[in-house]
Design a protein around this ligand. Structure first.
Ligand code: ADQ
Length: 489
């Protein structure tokens, strides 16, 4: 294999994540079609010149028969993807249960829904057992494909058990683990019945990474307070063995967005949008429809702004694009209805026969449409109640070099640490504050907008996804070399 430069790759990288970056659709008993989903992680690793990346993960489909599994494995191999096959019951217990009903809300400080709390407590043990079993299945596939010298990079809260499983196969395997969500305060983490087992399993990695310094600090204090281990400036020490813990803030492939703006179809889209909203300032929200994104809170703040600022009622429009997720879960269905109800109320109160203040779409937009929307926006509203980083804020900034729009950003998104100096930071729970920031953003003078934008644009274009991936992997290599030196000394 060769790198994009034609040079041989220096090292193989096994990227292990719950989902492979492809969607697989079955066309016949032994025939599959695959579609690559270009997420941030995929673009990050495509640009990395030194490592030849292979992906290991679940393809998102249940394939009970051997013939189907064989055919899918073969089709995926062409995309350098290796599947882990999980059956429906395991997915239900591990993915829907332990990952998304327990760890996801807990890590975002949301707790559990009241009516489910007792049921969840009862099913906790079986879900945790399924979680461990699924992690062991991932480990077994990694082990099958691992060659000496490979780097293994495990991703996210779905795979906290994986580092330990991998080290049980081979203690010399180079293992890194990165969390894409926040890691909560140790006082939150300690409520988990499996708190210690999970921490110990993660500590088996050589390098543990988070988006921000705060998440890293929370993780270290969980290890010191719950496990009684020693926290050091480098990480966590357990009987002389150090697990390095550090912050590696993710970025985006900013060039991909900047280049897209030049494409004729995107330019055409931009022209249409400008014409359509020529009389109004455009505000934009782009989120997965998830509790953590604070969409109802954002809408209430916008409503308050319109209540208090009659002048703006026919001069501003909020475009809220929300991709539905986990549509089979009651709580998410409730969130959707709540959002629809608030949008309906606001449009009823402040709309006219010719225009409404909110356009809400329950769907995902394609990349080009998204770039055009980012480019015509005057004010982007990111009001996550908690968010590991939030890439939408980065994408918006990347597409704004001609417009210099304003970013209103939740202080509870990891991105607040990097884009805080250019954005207007808000507490999304305080709708009075968010409403007043909307006013501030809409009225901001051009020179201030430019200064704020330039700051953020510089950050977004210099701290890219590619740089993030390269830094993590080279730190992992260095960490292992240093540990070997320490042992020799
Ligand atoms: P997410 O919670 O999915 O990611 P985010 O970082 O904002 O959140 O990334 C979402 C991605 O989906 C963006 O690339 C965005 O363009 C796209 N997207 C969202 N809504 C869309 C829509 N309606 N149409 C089209 N595309 C849409 C998790 C963590 C984050 C962390 C990332 C990366 O929750 O905190 O930043 O992983 O580590």
């Amino acid at each position: 294999f060769e790198s994009p430069d034609g040079e041989p790759f220096k090292q193989r990288l096994l990227v292990v994540a719950n989902r492979l970056p492809v969607s697989a659709i079955r066309r016949g008993e032994e025939s599959w079609s695959l579609e690559i989903s270009a997420g941030g992680l995929v673009s990050a690793l495509l640009g990395v010149k030194e490592f030849e990346a292979r992906w290991i993960g679940w393809a998102g489909v249940n394939v009970p028969d051997e013939a189907g599994q064989k055919a899918l494995t073969k089709a995926l191999a062409e995309k350098r993807c290796i599947p882990v096959f999980l059956d429906e019951e395991l997915v239900h217990q591990y993915y829907n249960g332990y990952c998304n009903n327990i760890l996801w809300p807990l890590f975002h400080y949301l707790g559990l829904p009241q009516e489910d709390r007792l049921a969840t407590t009862r099913s906790f043990q079986s879900q945790f057992a399924a979680y461990k079993k699924a992690n062991q299945m991932f480990a077994s596939v990694v082990n099958e494909h691992y060659e000496e010298g490979d780097v293994v990079w495990c991703h996210d809260y779905h795979l906290m058990f994986l580092p330990q499983c991998l080290k049980e196969y081979d203690s010399k395997m180079k293992v890194g683990w990165f969390l894409h969500t926040p890691f909560p305060s140790s006082e939150i983490h300690r409520t988990l019945p499996s708190r210690s087992e999970l921490l110990r399993a993660v500590l088996a990695a050589d390098l543990v990474g988070f988006h921000t310094y705060d998440y890293a600090r929370h993780f270290v204090s969980a290890c010191t307070r719950i496990l009684g281990l020693e926290g050091t400036p480098e990480g966590v020490e357990d009987h002389g063995r150090l697990t390095r813990v550090a912050a590696f803030p993710i970025g985006i492939d900013s060039d991909r967005f900047i280049r897209a703006l030049e494409l004729p179809q995107v330019q055409e889209h931009i022209r249409e949008l400008k014409e359509r909203f020529s009389e109004r300032k455009v505000m934009l929200g782009v989120d997965r429809l998830d509790m953590i994104k604070g969409i109802p809170q954002k809408l209430l703040a916008f409503e308050k702004f319109l209540e208090e600022n009659a002048y703006w009622r026919d001069k501003v429009v909020l475009l809220q694009i929300a991709v539905p997720t986990r549509t089979d879960v009651a709580e998410y269905q409730k969130l959707t209805s709540q959002v629809h109800e608030i949008v309906g109320r606001i449009n009823g109160r402040f709309g006219s026969l010719s225009a409404v203040p909110i356009h809400h779409l329950d769907r995902s937009l394609d990349f080009h449409a998204l770039c055009a929307l980012y480019a015509v926006t005057d004010v982007a509203l990111v009001t996550s109640l908690r968010d590991g980083m939030n890439l939408v804020s980065y994408e918006f900034v990347a597409c704004q070099d001609s417009k210099k729009g304003v970013l209103i950003l939740s202080e509870f998104a990891g991105a607040a640490q990097s884009l805080g100096a250019g954005a207007l930071l808000v507490n999304p729970w305080n709708i009075t504050e968010v409403a007043s920031s909307i006013g501030q953003a809409l009225n901001m003078r051009a020179d201030e907008r430019e200064k704020r934008h330039d700051h953020n644009f510089y950050h977004v274009t210099t701290h890219t996804a590619q740089e993030w991936a390269e830094t993590f992997v080279s730190e992992l290599n260095d960490t292992v070399v240093e540990a070997q030196q320490r042992i020799r000394e």
